[in-house]
Design a protein around this ligand. Structure first.
Ligand SMILES: [Zn+2]
Length: 198
């Protein structure tokens, strides 16, 4: 049995996806071998993402200021809104360098199985923004929850802002963080092959 402090660190690493007991042990033991200053910086970085980051007042993306750098960028087309599930999807799309509009981060998907309702998501702010937009691109994933959310938003936007164009990307965003070149090409095509909803 490990000392309590080491055991706690192992359990913390096990929170991460794809990290099993063996890997968690290896990570924790590596930490014990690092300089105190390095470890302090690591711990501080963990704290900072919880204390300094919050959701952009306009789009819901993660940022340290009141409004994110994309919303503050006057070079971008603020009349085109790309709607995604999470901040991770914003990063993925930005990596392609092919999109020049703005984003709206829902921070989740409507899910009857997990009891997530429209009012739990960043939807009211989207409707308010859409009134001044030309196009809203629904880019939620091609999963059941992603499609349900896209259909709900399409109906809502057609009712609340009948003059705007509502489109859906050709296929869902690749899920799971790391984006390779193939994923980037998929994303670029998903955007260019988007279709009018309904
Ligand atoms: Zn923003």
């Amino acid at each position: 049995m490990y000392p309590v402090s080491l055991q706690k660190l192992i359990e913390s690493f096990r929170m991460l996806p794809g990290v099993g007991e063996k890997t968690a042990e290896r990570y924790a033991l590596l930490i014990t071998e690092r300089d105190p200053e390095e470890v302090r910086e690591f711990a501080q970085a963990l704290m900072d993402v919880k204390t300094k980051l919050h959701h952009c007042r306009i789009c819901g993306n993660l940022c340290e200021e009141e409004e994110c750098s994309i919303c503050r960028d006057t070079e971008r087309n603020h009349r085109q809104i790309f709607v995604v599930q999470s901040a991770k999807d914003v990063l993925a799309m930005e990596k392609t360098g092919e999109y020049h509009g703005v984003y709206h981060v829902l921070n989740g998907l409507i899910s009857s199985s997990r009891g997530i309702m429209p009012e739990d998501l960043n939807i009211d702010a989207l409707v308010a923004r859409a009134k001044d937009a030309d196009e809203v691109i629904l880019a939620t994933s091609a999963t059941l929850d992603g499609e349900t959310t896209a259909m709900y938003l399409d109906r809502l936007l057609k009712r609340e802002c009948p003059d705007i164009l509502v489109t859906r990307i050709a296929h869902g965003l690749p899920s799971g963080g790391m984006l390779d070149y193939a994923d980037e090409m998929t994303l670029i095509h998903a955007l260019s092959d988007r279709r009018r909803m309904g």
